[in-house]
Structures are given as structure tokens and as C-alpha cells.
Design a protein around this ligand. Sequence first.
Ligand code: HEM
Ligand SMILES: [Cu+2]
Length: 564
Amino acid sequence: MASTIQVPTTPNAPGGAPESLALSRAGGDLLVLTHVYTATAVLGLGALFGLLQALSRANLIVLPAGFDYYRMLTAHGVLMALVFTTFFITGLFTFAVYRAIPRVRSLRLGWIGYVVMLVGTTMAAVAILDGSASVLYTFYAPLKASPLFYFGATILVLGTWTVGADIFLNVAWYKRERPNERIPLPAFMATCTMIMWVIATLGVVAEMALLIPWSLGWTSGIDVGLTRMFFWYFGHPLVYFWIMGAYTIWYTVVPTTYKGTVFSDGLTRLVFLMLLLLSTPVGLHHQYLDPGVAAGWKWLHAMTTYCVVIPSFMTAFAIFASFELGARNAGVRGFFNVVRWLPWKNPVFAGPALGMILFIFGGFGGIVNNSYSMDVLVHNTMWIVGHFHITVGGPVALTFVAASYGLIPALTGRKLFAPRLALVQVYTWFVGMSIMSIAMHWAGLLGSPRRTADVTYFGAQGAATWHTASLWAAVGGTILAASVLMFIVVATGTYFANQPAESKPQFDFAPARAGDDAVATPAVLDRLGRWGLIAIALALLAYAGPVIQQIEAHAYLAPGMRTW
Ligand code: HEM
Ligand SMILES: [Cu+2]
């Protein structure tokens, strides 16, 4: 029954039905849709590999020698963490900026960005699949991939910068046209996140400047510590890139599913600015157990990491306040009544909302990881794998999947295909991810190492203790893979079934709360260029010392190796 799916709609213009099926090229709909479908395809492939891994770790299947575990794990990590998320987020932000800033515009830069991203991805994927780059998605030296992999990853980053340039130019145009107005909120969120992304990916470029000549044989060795530091300079803000993409939907799109409002324009901007400032100077929390980094720097990064909890709590407050205000406007009061009133039968609401529940557990796990003594216990175990699946694989990916149910109909003018299946899909994702990730946490506490092909440890007794948990992880992973398949059916079915929607579906952004403008958002929050400079300064303060230490301490350069 399609009517239970309350994707926000507006009435069609009189007599204008059929044109809704033609993708608006001028408005950039085709560009955004291409991003979304690319992300969909990548998610499908990544889930297939994920399923095989989960089954292999439970000792239910043995992978063929020609396609070994580490090659597949590299493909899974790169496709999921670096490609699926990036294509979806850059597409979402392009959409947010194009819709929030209507103007006659050229799409050239947007398309160039997409094509460059795709070329980079293809190069890296070929290198991984042909077995010349089983270096996992962290590409730690001294593991040495073929140059094709490093070039591909660099080109993918350059593509995202091109999309970022398109976003920045549109926002700059808006600021010139309307100097006294605030940047529309969705465009602000997109710009703030892309500034953070450009600052973070400078770390990748710096690392590639060392890795590429080394992989080409031009340099004799590589500074392992330094490349790891450059990686994690990028690796933590990468996490916030995902989260800010999901937050953009939580703050501005989710309220439209219950006719609600953005709780506070000023608070939302403040949260994004805090994330811009705090995302980078924290990366050493991934290197607590690395030698050659002084304890004081690790301590500093631990403290800045605890500060990132603040914008997360502010977000939880603002989102729940928006739920409550929406309910009050509808005359509903009381905790349980509000929970019941929320549109749980609309996948565009249920996906992000279930993701929020998972995120609460992810947040607590994150505090464990950031606590030095506890991290020693869980480091490099399946606990960590459980942690990032319940954060990026849960809240972030589920939000993107659910948002696609609003976005694809809005971009194509088509009716959502099999809306019931869409609803079942978001709930099965929640169930599958909960089971898989709790089981992974559990296995990790028992000592199960991550990134290991032979989980029996040649029959060692200790390994038997975590076998039950690995079986549960395989059960969860199978449910999850089924859920991804349902998503692909609905997402592609919407296109191919080609059913015009009765009224043009919208993927809207929620308005500000009435009365919110009583306190106008301070203009200083909109000075994104300056905030970006402060973010760079903080990153330099947090990293100049450790980087100098690395360079001074490491006379030894590793020649590099292939362990596969
Ligand atoms: C069908 C759903 C999925 C299944 C069954 C699955 C399963 C797994 C398993 C078993 C591992 C760990 C292997 C090991 O350490 O030996 C893993 C690693 C990983 N997964 Fe997933 N996963 C799924 C979805 C996702 C999603 C949606 C994301 C992110 C968007 C994701 C990101 C990652 C990353 C980054 C790694 C780490 C790779 C590495 O250690 O290099 N996964 N996954
Ligand atoms: Cu981190």
C-alpha cells in the first residue's frame, strides 16, 4: 500500500504530469542521480565481498586461492569506506547546493568531478581485483601496491576536489548576489563539510607524494611512521565526512517526514563549525600503539577527541527536540506517545531514526576506543570492526540508503518501486547490523584479531572461544547482505518500472522553526573561509610537532614488500 509511505509530496502543476518523467538535465538531476546509482552499485559489490568475508571468518566457506581473503578485504574496505560513501555524499551535497541556490548554472564542473572520481575509482579497483594491491583500505607501508592503485586513489581525491570547487563557486556566487543574507542551511552544511574534506585530503596527497615515487622504484625506501601519520591525519576526518553527510539528512530532511522543522539554525551551523575545527587535530587516537610518537601528543589528541563528543550531544539534543516540537504541534505529548506518533512506516524516517539508535552504541564504543588503557585491550581486534560497522555501516550507510528512497523519486518523478520492500529493507538492515556488530564486539573482547584469513589459528585452542561469536556475525552479515539486495531491487526498480508518480515527489529541506529567527544567526558563523583557516591552524598545531618528530627519528627507510 503506497499510501503508508509518506515521502513528502507537492501537487503537480495542472496538466503537467508526463514531463515529470524526463530527468531535468539543466537542474542537475541526472548528475545527482548518476552519483546515487554509482553509490548503489558499489554498495552491492561491497556487500557481496562483506558476506563472503563474514562466512569465511565463521569458517563456513574457504575462498579460492586465486581470490584470496586479503584481496577481497581490500576491495570491501575501499569500496565501502572510500567509494560508496564519497559518491553518495558528493552527490547529496551537489543536490543540496543546487536546490538551495536556484540559478541558471553550468553543470560542467560537476560532471568533470564525477568522471574524474569514476576514473580514479576504476584504476584503483582494477589494481585491487588483479591482485596487485592487497594493501587494505589503509594502504599502510611497507605493504607495497602497484602504482596504479596509488594513482587511482589520488585521482579519486582530485575528483572530489572538483565537485567541491563546483560547490564553493555556487556558494560564492550566492554570497556576491545576496551579501546580507545567510547561506541557505543545506548549502552551508555542504560547504562546511567540503572545506573540512579538502583540508583532510591534503594528508592523502602528502602521503601519495611519498608512496607514488616509491612504488615506481624512484626512491629506495619509505618512512613507515610518517606515512601512517599522514594516513590518520586523513583517516579520522574521513569519519566525520561520513557523519556530516548523515547529519545533513538528519537535521534538514528527516523533519520533513513529520512536517517538522529544523530545531535551530544557529545551533546547526555551530555544530558543523565545531566538526570542521575538531575533525583533524585528533588522528593520533588511531596510533596509540604506534612507536615513535611521544605520549604527550597522543594525550593531546585524546583530549581533542573527547571534545568531538560535544557536537554529537548537541546533535542528539537538537534532533530529539525537533521530534518533540513536531509532535506538540500535532497535539501529541508524552514520551511514549511521541515515539508512537513518529512516522515509523516511512523508510525515509525509519532508516535514519534506526541509524540514530545504532549511533548511540557506536558513540559509547568510541569513548572506549579513545581511552588509552581500554584501547590497548581492543586494538586490532574484531571489536574495532564491530565499532565501525555500528557507526559508518549503521547510522551513516542506513541513512544514505533510506534517503535514496526520497531522492530517487524526486530526481526521476517516478513512483517508488515496491515501497513495502523498502520499509522491510530498513528494518532488516537494523536487525542484521545489530546482530553482526554486537557479535563482532563480542568476538573482539574474546581476542579475535581483525584482518585475519585463518581464524582457527591453525587449530589453536583459544580460537575456539570466539567461534560462536563469529557464527553470529555471519548470521547478521547474511541478513545485512539480503537487505542490501532489497535496496538494490527498490532503487533500480524505481527507475526501470518507470511509473509516473501521481504528484511530483519532493526531497525537500525542512523550514526553520517559527520563532527561531527571534535570535538571528550571527553573521560570523557564515564566514566559512575564515573558519577554514582556523581549522588549518589547529591541524598544524596538532601535527607539526609529531611530524617533525617522525622525520627526525627515522633514518631507516623500509624497502617495501608484498606479503601476498
Ligand atoms: C553486507 C554488509 C556487510 C558485511 C557482511 C560486512 C562484513 C565485514 C567483515 C566480516 C569485515 C572484517 C574482516 C576482517 O577484519 O577480517 C569487514 C570489514 C570492513 N567493513 Fe564491512 N561489512 C558489511 C558492510 C559494510 C559497510 C556498509 C561498510 C561501510 C560503509 C563497511 C566497511 C568496512 C570496512 C572499512 C572494513 C575494514 C576493512 C579492513 O580491515 O581493511 N562494511 N566487513
Ligand atoms: Cu578516529
